[in-house]
Unconditional design. Sequence first.
Length: 214
Amino acid sequence: MPVALHELLWRENLDVAQACLHRPFVRSLADGRLDFSAFRRYVAEDAFFLEAFARAYALGIAHSRNSATLRQFHALLNAAIEELRLHAAYAEKLKIDLGRVEPCAATRAYTDFLLATAWGADLGETVAAMTPCMRLYAYLGEQLAEEVGRPSLGSHPFGDWIATYSGAEFQAATRLLESLLDSLAGDGPQIRGVYRYAMQCELRFFSAPLEEEP
């Protein structure tokens, strides 16, 4: 039985996903020892990124050629808006002014790439650029939930974060985006390159909170 495109691309880029899992930021997040100043920087950067991600979904809606695809992008846009609400709650708790975020170079490069793709490329490339983020977060959530133990998430300093990305709703949204990738994109050098570049952007993104100056 042939391997689905989303699974083929994920396997091809598992090395980058594992590198993300072992970044000092993610390791400190897992063991609960992450400095809250680094987490504050991450929340601010991720909220900025998610705004761009939501706009890319909106462009997917605009570029959809049938009602089924439009509805799928709409559902994913709603999921991104819910995720932004989580970040708003974190921001209020951590006293972050999300209206004054100055993104670091890694975040800006990622969002510029994502929006340029969503504006100018076909839907297949757009979904190939967006899928790595969702699949990686689903992977990190599952891995960290297994490490920490789901019963312990309630008392973990970053348990809400781990519970969100290991949760059924986020996992379902990831599968929906991957199904769009399978239906809208064909295997080829351009799609593989876009997917790989997005994964590399994720690696730089998860390095930035501890490596770049606030």
